[in-house]
Design a protein around this ligand. Sequence first.
Ligand code: HEM
Ligand code: HEM
Length: 162
Amino acid sequence: MARPTGYTRTQIVLHWAVVGLIALQYLLHEPIAEAWDAWRGGAEIAFDPLVAQHVVGGLLVAALAAWRLVLRFRHGAPPPPEAEHAALRAASHAAHWSFYAFMLLMPLSGAVAWFAGAQEAAEAHNVMKIALLALTGLHVAAVIFHQVVLKSGVLSRMRRPA
Ligand code: HEM
Ligand code: HEM
């Protein structure tokens, strides 16, 4: 399949929508962590809109990631910028596919913890929350490196459709 010259409008909207949803998962993390601890301590769990937000927002991330994967396989992604060194190219390829794995495994582990009461799944969720944060830091650093050092205009690929 020939590679497209850029991302489609839908791919771009989905990228930024998922960034916003994931940011909310981190910013509003306390209520679900407290509810989880309370439930494990034997307390009754009352309805809390912020806990519901974590569950629904997280499941939405999985649904949108599945949609993104379909688009990724159907439409593809633009080739890496020419200035990019082979090692950086391989790293960004690995990072992008790792993101897809996290966007599915975070909600899955959270759901297994929350709906099946599995402590192991909550532990996996907690390990992955740190890994996803670290990967996002690297991703943003790579975008800044592209903008400032390589001047490959990679950010505009995620702002304007081809
Ligand atoms: C991409 C999606 C998700 C992200 C980025 C995410 C992120 C987080 C974060 C940052 C915490 C930390 C709480 C803390 O240590 O203070 C957390 C806890 C938790 N999340 Fe998620 N979450 C996601 C999806 C979900 C979903 C869909 C569910 C349930 C259906 C869920 C259930 C839980 C539970 C039960 C905890 C408490 C675990 C514990 O404290 O040991 N998460 N999540
Ligand atoms: C948790 C948050 C994030 C996730 C999960 C994520 C995920 C991804 C993924 C999977 C791709 C590959 C394109 C695709 O297949 O759809 C991508 C590309 C991209 N992301 Fe993110 N991203 C996040 C945050 C950010 C942030 C904060 C920025 C801004 C600095 C950013 C800028 C970009 C750019 C410019 C590209 C295009 C790279 C290229 O064309 O090679 N991302 N992102």
